[in-house]
Ligand binder design. Structure first.
Ligand code: SF4
Length: 320
């Protein structure tokens, strides 16, 4: 079934560095508008914009800040006036945002920023900076919400990382929805069944461990749920490869073996092989599988999100 653009009530909320939405909040009074966010993702997500530097009262325009290593500690200080140390204020402002951050399903951060950068931010020690820092606000955000899907706008230009991030956001949003209800172990097992093939396309060994976790006796359902989602979100961070998608497609194809004739089977095998060899994108074998499952529905496949991980109009499966 074709998914349509989402209305306001069903849109997933994600946090975004304000400057990426065109807000003039940067140190120089400018912005870093990101067209993909504003032209495409805005149709499917509700954005919660936040600028940590403005929130701590640094003003616009302002003296730029940067990360420096001092006495084995990373500090965020003024580029001209190193006595302007805003490290603690940035950490504090991150902690103060927890009430809205706990309901979001993802976060897109501005790369290279000493406040918002997710990775490889310049850290100055002596003359030459090293690109091994994390923005102070971003670090606190990720410590407070280790399972939250977080990505930088620059990395979203990589089509595999883009699909990976948006897939994680949708999985996490469905998990948050489940956790907001009165859930049982059966509900978590059903969530696992719905996402098993997505997990498999990332890591076949880890998906077995994850399933095993839910099959064993447990003392606390809340602890089990936390352990499950921590492992699941970690698993989903690893890149899905052509080999693991091919294996997943072959597993799914197995459900059709009693129903489709030799010609259709051959066509399916060829589509999966062409995908595996890089001649066609993932959407090609998936479209063929969807066609066969429309004719021969299977309950387990119908509930699975693997072939419909996010809205079709985002065309994310067309590019990987
Ligand atoms: S990168 Fe972060 S701190 Fe800097 S202007 Fe953008 S939102 Fe504000």
């Amino acid at each position: 079934m074709k998914q349509s653009k989402l209305d306001n009530s069903t849109r997933i909320t994600i946090g975004v560095s304000s400057c990426l939405l065109g807000e003039n909040v940067r140190f120089d009074g400018g912005h870093k508008k990101n067209q993909y966010l504003l032209n495409t993702l805005t149709e499917y997500f509700h954005f919660h914009a936040f600028c940590p530097e403005v929130s701590i009262g640094l003003g616009i325009p302002r003296e730029p800040i940067r990360l420096v290593e001092q006495n084995d500690e990373i500090k965020c200080v003024g580029t001209k006036d190193e006595t302007l140390d805003v490290t603690h204020r940035l950490e504090q402002v991150a902690d103060e945002q927890v009430s809205w951050q706990e309901s979001i399903s993802g976060y897109i951060l501005k790369k290279d920023s000493p406040s918002c950068g997710m990775e490889r931010v310049k850290v100055y020690k002596g003359v030459m900076p090293e690109r091994n820092g994390i923005g102070i606000y971003a670090r606190k955000l990720m410590e407070n919400f280790p399972n939250l899907p977080v990505e930088e706008e620059g990395r979203l230009n990589d089509l595999i990382l883009r699909e990976n991030f948006i897939q994680r956001v949708f999985v996490y949003a469905r998990w948050q929805q489940l956790m907001s209800q009165n859930y049982s172990i059966k509900d978590i097992q059903q969530f696992h069944a719905q996402h098993k093939y997505i997990y498999m396309s990332h890591n076949q060994t880890a998906v077995k461990e994850l399933g095993g976790l839910l099959a064993n006796p447990f003392e606390s359902l809340v602890t089990l749920a936390q352990e499950y989602i921590t492992k699941a979100m970690k698993l989903l961070k690893s890149r899905a490869t052509k080999a693991s998608h091919t294996n997943t497609l072959q597993h799914i194809q197995g459900y059709l073996k009693k129903y489709i004739d030799a010609d259709d089977k051959q066509e399916l095998v060829e589509a999966i092989t062409e995908y595996s060899n890089g001649f066609v994108p993932l959407i090609v074998p998936i479209t063929l599988l969807r066609h066969h499952f429309r004719k021969y529905p299977n309950e387990y496949i119908t509930q699975s999100f693997y072939m419909r991980p996010h809205p079709s109009e985002l065309m994310l499966l067309n590019n990987i």
